[in-house]
Design a binder for this molecule. Structure first.
Ligand SMILES: [Zn+2]
Length: 291
């Protein structure tokens, strides 16, 4: 029950009008913290790594840890590769045992984005019980390999979105709607809620087929989150907040305990802080008790 792809838990979420939290991790402590938080909240979970940590930690090691934790957990857990621009690496992670793969060819032309996304979809589906995410339009900010300036960010066109999903056969879809990676520069970021709603209506109006992903979760006001879920957002990606939590907690712990040399205590402080942050997100997304 516990090893799942993203699509199956997102369809449940979209039907139930809540969203699944997708949390980026870069090491084992964060991974365990995220799993513990989701278990405490009885929430379905998506663990994400971007390409760099999956190479640094080794995708096979990551998958082994994921499987060990997920098989023992009473909640469904997916392991997702985030924003991968390299078709071959997407395939290698599918082979290794990731259960959701994001091919991000959103900086390519429309036709090239379709070609690369479809290649990853076809390959991943031949490997096993995997789902694939692709993006149309561009989310501004920085996400590992992909950098986009805010003024360059192009939002997803609803008619093109329908054509894109149809031609690629992608399982879950990330339309650019004005959310950004990193930290929002204003308190009220400009998000195109209606665009998400329109795309959701076209793709899922007759029953949920292709659940939608919201990138750039960090810093979104809670009322925005609720509205985005209402408009069809079924997966929220949270990365920057957890990175800040990790660095700030580590820094503060060391400053307060400069004479101590016990890494386990730093790990434990970090784990607690991340568990709290993830628990708060799960509450905001409405996924507590849904596993
Ligand atoms: Zn993203």
């Amino acid at each position: 029950m516990s090893i799942v792809n993203a699509k199956e838990i997102m369809i449940e979420a979209a039907r139930g009008k809540y969203a699944v939290g997708a949390f980026n991790i870069t090491d084992l402590i964060q991974l365990e913290a995220v799993v513990e938080a989701a278990k405490e909240k009885k929430a379905p979970l998506i663990i994400q790594t971007s390409v760099k940590p999956s190479k640094f930690l080794d995708r096979h090691v990551l998958v082994a840890i994921y499987r060990t934790l997920a098989e023992a957990a009473p909640i469904p857990i997916c392991l997702h590769l985030d924003h991968c621009t390299d078709v071959e690496y997407c395939k290698q992670c599918a082979d290794a045992g990731y259960t959701n793969i994001m091919i991000d060819a959103s900086k390519q032309t429309f036709e090239e984005n379709i070609r690369q996304s479809k290649e990853v979809v076809d390959y991943s589906h031949s490997v096993g019980n995997l789902s694939v995410e692709a993006e149309l339009g561009t989310v501004s900010g920085v996400e590992d390999q992909v950098k986009v300036a805010e003024d360059e960010a192009a939002l997803a066109n609803p008619a093109q979105a329908a054509e894109f999903v149809e031609r690629t056969g992608v399982d879950i879809f990330a339309p650019a709607i004005g959310t950004a990676h990193g930290v929002y520069k204003t308190k009220n970021p400009k998000i195109d809620f209606d665009r998400l709603g329109k795309i959701n209506q076209i793709l899922n109006g007759g029953g949920i087929k292709t659940p939608l992903v919201v990138h750039g979760g960090t810093g979104l006001p809670e009322d925005y989150i609720k509205r985005l879920i209402e408009m069809g957002g079924a997966k929220f990606n949270v990365s920057t907040e957890l990175k800040h939590t990790l660095i700030d907690t580590t820094y503060e712990y060391i400053i307060a305990n400069r004479d101590e040399y016990d890494p386990g205590k730093i790990d434990s402080a970090v784990k607690d802080a991340i568990r709290m942050a993830v628990g708060h997100w799960i509450d905001m997304l409405g996924s507590a008790g849904k596993a």
